[in-house]
Design a protein around this ligand. Structure first.
Ligand code: ADP
Ligand code: G6P
Length: 479
């Protein structure tokens, strides 16, 4: 670990290199006619504002392939320098769609669909990780700090340490780290563990994930981890790698401010009126991903309506499914499944001009998203497994009137913190139905008590605190 001599303020000013598969900008519109905008997604919305005030470079993939015409990137957004790593069409197919999203994503999410392990895809993963590592090695200042993000780049810390032993390297995994019984399936499990152990600090969303990782180093590498660290053999003897839980937060104050804006409040009223006026509005917002349990909540909601646990004249539901990873087969399958289900439910339970479930398969602006949060009485978050789930926290931060309720899967990282939510097991449809009915039957006082406690949590553990805590631990200024 680096020295502990300097103050946190001094360390905060040191140049930082952030490395993530995605850049914080994306190109919106047709080539030549569109523009670069801040990119959506958990990782970007969390990190970008929190970096303000510290000179930083963000290295990532632009989302385009190097064999198509790529619009010129801006060099910086405010103080943040942007550097793109070009990927070819074949690399995108093998590294991104293949190994990252066809093997690692399902394996790390409890194997909710079967991971596909293909040797050429791992070769591409290693190659692309090497390209990222080489770019960082070229750009990082002497003695600088590098923060590597997420499952697409797990080999980068080791590669970077080999190339640039002067750097301080942190790694944060935004998704769960699975139990060793599942992780052990992976033919390249040793390489990934060794890749991660190239970092000085490896951070996870939850204590369970940190424990799983340490357990894997014991069982698969024969190391002897302690509570929050593991010693690894190195050229010069051994190094200590710190391991811990750093649950990510959101920019809560920004959501609160936006939710209070008159135009957002007006749009929220309009949404409610368009959806049946006085009725209670249930909302789901997710990337269209098989881990999110969208089908589970649709089933529970529709069965509760059909069985009279919920009254259709009192409740309605809006599900926003953001298009995601549509070139990966399992994502096309889950889309078909969900849309079949929505069609069936509306066919059975809807009336003319009044569907039981309003369904949107599209990306919405941040303003529209916050207006939906303000409009909805109940947020349904039912993933089968999720690293954190920022949508739950964003909804809570947007409930400025201190009303509303969150139904939250116990298999999200957020459930470890948001204990005053209505916690559910998404595999238990009967239990979920009973919880929906219980939410509707709750007194306003009970809902307000829960929401106030949730808001305290979301505002205290916000994204600024997350960045400060992670970097202070990495740079040796443990708070
Ligand atoms: P995941 O990272 O798996 O997608 P999260 O709930 O943690 O799930 O994060 C999703 C992020 O994407 C949130 O910050 C949310 O505000 C953002 N988001 C949701 N819907 C949209 C959308 N339509 N367009 C852009 N960003 C969105
Ligand atoms: C999750 C992952 C991120 C990823 C995001 C969007 O939040 O943890 O690493 O960037 O989903 O997915 P995409 O495949 O579009 O980058």
């Amino acid at each position: 670990m680096p020295s502990t001599g300097t103050s946190p303020e001094a360390s905060h000013a040191a140049p930082l290199v952030v490395v993530a598969n995605r850049l914080p900008v994306e190109y919106v519109g047709n080539a030549g006619e569109g523009e670069w905008r801040r990119a959506p997604g958990g990782l970007v919305s969390a990190l970008e504002p929190a970096l303000a005030g510290r000179p930083a470079t963000w290295i990532g993939w632009s989302g385009h392939t190097s064999d198509s015409t790529e619009p010129a990137l801006p060099e910086a957004i405010d103080d943040l320098r942007i550097v793109a790593v070009p990927l070819s069409g074949e690399q995108v197919e093998q590294f991104y769609e293949g190994f990252s999203n066809g093997a690692l994503w399902p394996l790390y999410h409890d194997v909710v669909v079967t991971p596909a392990y293909h040797r050429p895809e791992f070769v591409a993963y290693r190659e692309v990780n090497a390209v990222f590592a080489a770019k960082v090695a070229e750009l990082a200042p002497e003695g600088g700090t590098v923060w590597v993000h997420d499952y697409q780049l797990q080999l980068v810390p080791r590669m970077l340490r080999d190339a640039r032993p002067d750097l301080t390297i942190g790694f944060f995994l935004h998704i769960p780290f699975p139990p060793v019984e599942l992780f052990a399936q992976l033919p390249w499990r040793r390489q990934l563990l060794e890749g991660l152990l190239g970092a000085d600090l490896v951070g996870f969303q939850t204590h369970d994930s940190a424990r799983n990782f340490l357990g894997a180093t014991r069982r698969l590498l024969g190391l002897d981890p302690g509570g929050d660290r593991v010693d690894v053999p190195d050229q010069d003897g051994q190094r200590t790698v710190r391991v811990g839980a750093f649950p990510i937060g959101i920019g809560a104050a920004a959501f609160d401010t936006m939710a209070r804006a008159p135009q957002i409040q007006a749009r929220a009223r309009q949404i409610r009126e368009e959806m049946g006026g006085f009725r209670l509005l249930f909302l789901g917002v997710d990337r269209l991903d098989y881990t999110k349990g969208i089908d589970v909540r649709l089933r529970a909601f529709s069965e509760a309506l059909a069985e009279g646990l919920l009254d259709p004249s009192e409740v309605t539901m809006l599900q926003v499914a953001i298009p995601s990873r549509e070139t990966v087969e399992e994502y096309r399958n889950i889309r078909d499944e969900i849309e079949l289900l929505v069609g069936r439910i509306n066919g059975d339970l809807g009336r003319v001009g009044d569907p039981a479930i309003h369904y949107l398969h599209q990306s919405v602006s941040r303003e529209e998203l916050v207006a939906m949060y303000v409009a909805a009485d109940v947020l349904l978050v039912t993933p089968l497994r999720d690293g954190m789930n920022l949508v739950a926290k964003e909804y809570i931060a947007s409930r400025v009137q201190e009303t509303g309720a969150v139904v939250l899967s116990e298999f999200t990282g957020a459930a470890e913190q948001l204990q005053e939510a209505f916690i559910v097991n998404p595999y238990d449809i009967e239990g979920l139905k009973r919880t929906l009915a219980a939410v509707v039957a709750s007194t306003p006082e009970e809902l307000a008590r829960r929401l106030q406690s949730l808001r305290t949590n979301v505002f205290e553990d916000d994204v600024d605190r997350w960045v400060r805590t992670f970097l202070a631990t990495l740079e040796g200024h443990v708070p």
